[in-house]
Design a protein around this ligand. Structure first.
Ligand code: NIG
Ligand code: FE
Length: 406
């Protein structure tokens, strides 16, 4: 069955093969007036301007803005409980690591996630995904990392696999064994690292479904050397490395993650010119999480300097119950555009094509082009600038996922 989207006021999409960096992060985004898109089944088969061809079904966009479906390449979307109790501590001036070290933070979510049944985790995550799809996210990455023992990491993985099988959103799965040192290890990170490599990793590989491996390389969490051991082991087992680093302090994560070939590095809030000088020599994508800086009240990553140094920038929501309890990805994009001073074009590329590249899916997602998956948004807006200008509004009016109207 063919579907035609006609009367498109502005078709804004990145074009190009793979991630876009430097001036191309802006220039790859085309804004085509008076366009149409023809879909057959789940794929785009024609994109043009002017006179539109006939089709079985016609969607009249009535002059609206059209973009690719959004790709959120960084979430911790499966978790037990919430952490609103930390808000008061935060407002009194306790920072993220102080809350973590006082027994709150990630380990309190680990406790709640271990206590929750797979069905409970599934139902809650499914609702969060419904909200994200309705608000324009057609593909999402989800990490484990709140189980932190074999039984519970596999439980999380099974929940994510079930979401992937049943939910309309496309899901990429990341195993995150080094998220925090669980209480069971009496403060011994080295014992836990060994356990992660010798026991958790083989069980996760056995279960199947994970494509990426991620770690939290941070002061008081895991050292660059510990993270390296686990990422190397994951890589040998066929997983693609990712790395949370430079969220709070610089402890060598950038050198480590780039040199072992990570597909992306996450956060980079405190990455400085010295780090960017390293990053520019590698293909690793800077996956920036603007809503996390906003919620933590921290500074913002040096996105402009990264772009000027040819580092490809992607945006992620980082949705999680602690450092970023927000799953409105458009709001994260709005914060990114405004606080990083990135153009609407650069910001759209960061949330579509570069985000797809950060989960190794740029060949199929994040771009409106013949042969790509028909993940398309119709906005309650006439042009790309408007969705960044009206920050905090949910302006997606119609989501088309793999050719199907949602
Ligand atoms: O990306 N920094 C590490 N992990 C998450 C936070 C998880 C949590 O606080 O529960 C992040 O911000
Ligand atoms: Fe994260």
């Amino acid at each position: 069955m063919t579907t035609l989207i006609k009367n498109i006021g502005e078709l804004a999409t990145p074009v190009g093969a793979g991630k876009q960096s430097g001036a191309m992060q802006n220039d790859c985004v085309k804004r085509i007036k008076n366009a149409y898109i023809l879909i057959d089944g789940s794929k785009i088969i024609e994109v043009g301007e002017g006179e539109a061809p006939a089709a079985d079904e016609v969607i009249d966009a009535k002059g609206a803005l059209i973009t690719p479906g959004l790709v959120d390449p960084h979430t911790h979307l499966v978790f037990g409980g919430y952490r609103e109790k930390e808000l008061a501590m935060k407002l009194k001036g306790m920072d993220y690591l102080a809350i973590h070290n006082a027994g709150g933070g990630i380990n309190s979510t680990v406790k709640a996630t271990r206590e929750a049944s797979a069905d409970e985790l599934y139902a809650k995550a499914s609702e969060h995904l419904d909200f994200m799809l309705a608000n324009g996210v057609t593909s999402v990455e989800i990490k484990t990392g709140y189980g932190l023992d074999t039984e519970n990491e596999v439980k999380m993985l099974q929940v994510i696999k079930k979401l992937k099988a049943n939910h309309k959103v496309d899901i990429a799965i990341t195993f995150m064994p080094l998220h925090s040192l669980p209480d069971d290890f009496d403060g011994s990170t080295s014992d836990y690292v060994k356990y992660a490599i010798d026991e958790m990793l083989p069980a996760v590989i056995d279960e199947g479904g994970a494509e990426f491996i991620d770690v939290f390389c941070e002061k008081d969490i895991f050292t660059a050397d510990e993270c390296k051991q686990v990422l190397e082991a994951g890589k040998s087992a066929g997983l693609i490395p990712k790395c949370h680093t430079n969220e709070i302090e610089r402890i060598g994560g950038v050198e480590m993650a780039t040199s072992i070939g990570s597909i992306s590095m996450e956060h980079l809030i405190v990455a400085n010119s010295e780090d960017i000088a390293v990053m520019k020599n590698f293909d690793t994508i800077a996956c920036l999480l603007p809503a996390t800086s906003f919620y933590l009240g921290s500074t913002y990553a040096l996105a402009r300097e990264m772009i000027d140094n040819n580092v490809a920038v992607a945006f992620g929501s980082d949705f999680n119950p602690g450092s970023c309890p927000n799953n409105n990805f458009v709001l994260a994009m709005n914060i990114g555009c405004l606080k990083y001073k990135m153009t609407p074009e650069e910001s759209l590329c960061a949330a579509t094509l570069n985000a797809a590249a950060a989960i190794n899916k740029a060949q199929d997602l994040g771009i409106i082009e013949v042969g790509k998956q028909a993940d398309i948004l119709i906005w309650n807006a006439n042009n790309l600038d408007y969705i960044f200008y009206r920050f905090g509004q949910n302006l997606v009016s119609q989501v088309i996922k793999s050719g199907e109207k949602i």
